[in-house]
Write a protein that binds this ligand. Structure first.
Ligand SMILES: Nc1ncnc2c1ncn2[C@@H]1O[C@H](COP(=O)(O)OP(=O)(O)OP(=O)(O)O)[C@@H](O)[C@H]1O
Length: 254
């Protein structure tokens, strides 16, 4: 597994293209803040990647540029082998719908819809028919089998996040971006949700990129990228919570 590439190369375009690829990506916001400074990285399929770093180091900007939610001001970003920068807004939306799933700290389920309709919503929005076998295969591991007719308010936070994870996966995306997915959960529930993400990577070959402040959460990933000042300054394979905590503390005090 190779995460960081710094040299120029032609991006692969086959189904086996990396889930995400950034080549020299820079993001300068109006006003002049350089939130990303020539970041190059590859997220291989079937891997769980955590992004950590002090506040303001560029984690959210990295996620937004890698997910096609925002445009880099320099460099090239690819999702599933497709360059985002070459697409107009409609095509970019279509690429996100087809290839990217999102999980948020606050679940973002639609309160008026049942859990089943929430999970199926991305397919409905895309005008696609559910692949029943895939959907059933998702419902069971996320623990929603007996809860499909419930509304989100009838579920605990952990259950809502599990439903949100099923929703993120329902369109079989190339990559799921999870932004502080355990930030609103208690310790035990957070551990269960992280275990679920880990199982989805191991069992379904899903690719997950998770932004987190929590070293224990990041330690569940295959790789942790640690950011500072818009750059990836450390890439740790099979990281431990202790080494991640140490790394971030050092950066925060520098
Ligand atoms: N829309 C924006 N306009 C101008 N500057 C921005 C904007 N969004 C972020 N920034 C700046 O870019 C830098 C990186 O911000 P970013 O939100 O990516 O960091 P982060 O690591 O996600 O921080 P946190 O952990 O606090 O969420 C910061 O200096 C921030 O102030």
């Amino acid at each position: 597994m190779r995460l960081i590439r710094t040299q120029h190369h032609e991006p692969p375009t086959s189904r086996q293209a990396p889930a995400v690829e950034l080549a020299g990506v820079t993001k300068t916001y109006p006003g002049g803040v350089r939130a990303l400074d020539e970041v190059s990285l590859t997220v291989e399929r079937g891997t769980f990647v955590a992004v950590m770093g002090p506040s303001g180091s560029g984690k959210s900007t990295l996620m937004h540029c890698a997910a096609g939610l925002d445009s880099p001001t320099g460099g090239r970003a690819f999702i599933d082998g497709t360059e985002i920068g070459g697409l107009d807004e409609a095509r970019r939306t279509e690429l996100r719908r087809r290839s990217v799933g999102f999980v948020f700290q606050s679940y973002n389920l639609v309160p008026s819809l049942t859990i089943e309709d929430n999970i199926l919503l991305p397919l409905r929005l895309a005008g696609e028919r559910p692949d029943r076998a895939w959907v059933s295969g998702l419902i069971e591991p996320v623990g929603m089998t007996g809860r499909l007719a419930h509304r989100p308010a009838e579920l605990s936070g952990g259950q809502q996040q599990r439903a949100a994870i099923a929703r993120a996966l329902v369109s079989r995306p190339a990559v799921v971006f999870a932004d502080e997915p355990t930030g609103a959960l208690d310790l035990r529930t957070a551990r269960e949700v992280l275990g679920l993400l880990r199982d989805l990577v191991d069992g379904l070959g899903q690719t997950v990129v998770m932004v987190t402040h929590d070293p224990a959460a990041a330690a569940r990933a295959d790789l942790a990228m640690v950011m500072a000042d818009g750059r990836v300054v450390e890439t740790l394979k099979a990281p431990t919570a202790a080494e991640l905590a140490q790394c971030v503390t050092t950066l925060e005090t520098e």
